[in-house]
Ligand binder design. Structure first.
Ligand code: SF4
Length: 387
């Protein structure tokens, strides 16, 4: 692998395009392939790379910041398009995730990124998945062009508000540069919907934000902008940056944010229902839905044969898919035992103490589906969609 490719795929690793395991980063550190979990839990192999790591900005946390002494490279659009296409043709990758630092000027960088995708679509007739980053503050005509070429667009909002962004990226104007552009993209997506929608990303653990700040912010973001997803990029200290001595974000914090995000986006929770510790953070040792259920005993037990889908998805161990399975099974017959729930792949070790069956309560002793609180893409949760 050339030094250029090695550098530009390694420096792309902080752009998140799917939830992987909280601690195992080895897979994408040692390869140009980045695994992202897609529909029905399928893992997609994305070629994730930067067009350039020259940057005019000086974000405190970033390995590509202007003042950092680090090797710099850039691809030419035709070169990168050809490289991706050869990897795809050999069957090594399923799609492309293209990002970049701001190489001189945001418009110029975006133009080159659009050109990579245009070459792939027009010269190579590639019709597969492309996730393209939008540079902060670019002109609308470039965004519109990106819309015509991509499967998904994303713009990193970076922080849950102006005061937190100032701690990370003092050069960037939160409202004028990030929020306004994200809004523009989301409005365009209503007119010309992209197959994989619009996503954004927040850096966690370096800007002084609490989980309560993040959840309140993303609640408004999902409501107003109809984003497909928000990704959480746990802060990692990078040497030769002003933040090199800060502690890294705990992988479990990232996981709890993903779990709480699903409660808000998919299960109808409001941020005020989530349980935070005294500092305003989610509890690390327990799934946020389980914490909510234990703090709201008056909401339980729920009768499995009568509960609405909204009530069922609030039961720990029952996700949207599980709740739908329960409802379709109820149409055939009433559910009378834990074994029947086990039979339709519901995690009874978590859910049984919150349920009754025709008014009766059973204690779970066995479970078909092991409880795995470290993986938010298990049965409890919907998969992290990339397309
Ligand atoms: S704009 Fe900031 S976060 Fe993005 S590459 Fe440049 S220094 Fe890094």
């Amino acid at each position: 692998m050339s030094r250029k490719l090695r550098t530009l795929r390694e420096t792309a690793r902080f752009d998140v395009c799917g939830y992987t395991k909280p601690v195992d980063l080895s897979y994408h550190l040692n390869s140009f392939i980045y695994p992202a979990v897609g529909e029905k839990g399928r893992v997609y192999r994305l070629f994730k790379v930067l067009l350039s790591n020259f940057c005019k900005a000086n974000c405190f946390y970033c390995m590509n910041r202007k003042d950092r002494d680090y090797p710099r490279y850039r691809f030419e659009p035709a070169e990168l398009a050809g490289l991706f296409f050869s990897l795809w043709k050999k069957g090594y990758v399923d799609g492309l995730f293209l990002s970049s630092s701001i190489d001189g000027d945001a418009n110029n960088t975006q133009e080159k990124m659009n050109r990579v995708v245009e070459i792939l679509r027009k010269k190579y007739n590639y019709s597969g998945y492309i996730h393209l980053k939008v540079m902060p503050g670019v002109d609308e005509n470039l965004i519109k062009k990106a819309f015509k070429l991509s499967s998904r667009l994303s713009l990193n909002i970076e922080a849950p508000g102006t005061k937190f962004l100032k701690n990370l990226s003092p050069d960037k104007d939160f409202s004028a540069l990030l929020l306004k552009n994200l809004k523009k993209i989301c409005l365009l997506n209503r007119e010309y919907p992209l197959p994989a929608g619009i996503t954004s990303q927040i850096v966690v653990g370096a800007g002084g934000e609490t989980d309560r700040d993040i959840m309140g912010f993303i609640f408004r973001l999902y409501r107003k902008f109809n984003l497909k997803r928000v990704y959480y990029s746990g802060f990692e200290p990078i040497i030769k940056t002003p933040m090199e001595n800060l502690p890294p974000c705990a992988p479990l914090r990232e996981l709890r944010l993903y779990q709480a995000d699903i409660l808000i986006k998919q299960y109808g929770f409001s941020p005020s229902e989530l349980v935070f510790d005294k500092k305003g953070n989610l509890l690390l040792d327990k799934d946020p839905k389980l914490v909510w259920a234990e703090n709201n005993p008056e909401r339980f037990p729920v009768e499995v044969n009568n509960a609405s889908i909204e009530e069922l998805v609030r039961v720990p161990g029952i996700g949207l898919t599980g709740a739908q399975r329960i409802i379709s099974r109820r149409k055939e017959k009433r559910i009378g035992s834990l074994d029947e729930l086990n039979g339709i792949r519901i995690n009874i070790s978590l859910s049984s103490k919150f349920l009754t069956f025709n008014g009766r309560y059973f204690k779970s002793e066995s479970c078909l589906i092991p409880s795995d609180e470290n993986n938010p893409v298990k049965e409890e949760y919907e998969p992290v969609y990339i397309k």
